[in-house]
Design a protein around this ligand. Structure first.
Ligand code: DAT
Ligand code: MG
Length: 158
């Protein structure tokens, strides 16, 4: 067992649909410890830094699809001029896996109904895009990198 930290984002679809509280309720039920929280405006620079490692990979080999991911996380499809995303850091034993389990599979239609994405996510039929409400780091390396992007060191409870 390892003490880990992981990053969660309540994405623009979750913010616009007022799902932050419901999503956090499920995250809190994991009994991981909340050690960081902040709301940020997602600039183009922040969006590209967050998703830098996905560019050109898998479905994002299609540049247009990658640009859609960037626009989505910037809130451009959810009409929020403030481009709000809530960033959270959870800490605990195996936090990355524990939080991913509560979050569920990437595709909301594959995600179990007892997960955040399964309960609240949806597929945007027009663009084949997953509006899956939350982001959660996929592994500890990703987590360290992403926490460093979204938070200053002093903003996380040691
Ligand atoms: P995850 O967020 O589960 O770690 P990821 O890192 O592979 O998934 O991709 C980042 C986001 O991009 C994901 O939350 C939703 C979107 N996405 C990924 N693969 C997709 C696909 N095949 N079709 C539509 N959206 C996709
Ligand atoms: Mg990922």
């Amino acid at each position: 067992m390892a003490l880990e930290r992981t990053l969660v984002l309540i994405k623009p679809d979750g913010m616009q649909r007022h799902l932050a509280g419901l999503a956090m309720d499920r995250l809190e039920n994991t009994h991981m410890e909340l050690v960081g929280a902040k709301i940020r405006t997602v600039t183009d620079e922040l969006a590209r830094e967050h998703y830098a490692l996905l560019e050109g990979k898998g479905p994002f080999a299609d540049k247009k699809f990658f640009e859609r991911l960037i626009n989505f996380i910037k809130g451009e499809y959810h009409g929020d001029p403030k481009r709000r995303v809530l960033a959270l850091v959870y800490q605990g034993e195996n936090a990355v896996q524990v939080i991913r389990k509560a979050v569920g599979a990437t595709n909301p239609e594959d995600a179990s109904p007892d997960t955040i994405r399964g309960a609240f996510g949806r597929v945007c039929r027009r663009h084949g895009y997953y509006e899956n409400v939350v982001h959660a780091s996929g592994n500890t390396e990703e987590a360290d990198r992403e926490i460093g992007i979204w938070f200053n060191p002093g903003e996380i409870i040691p």
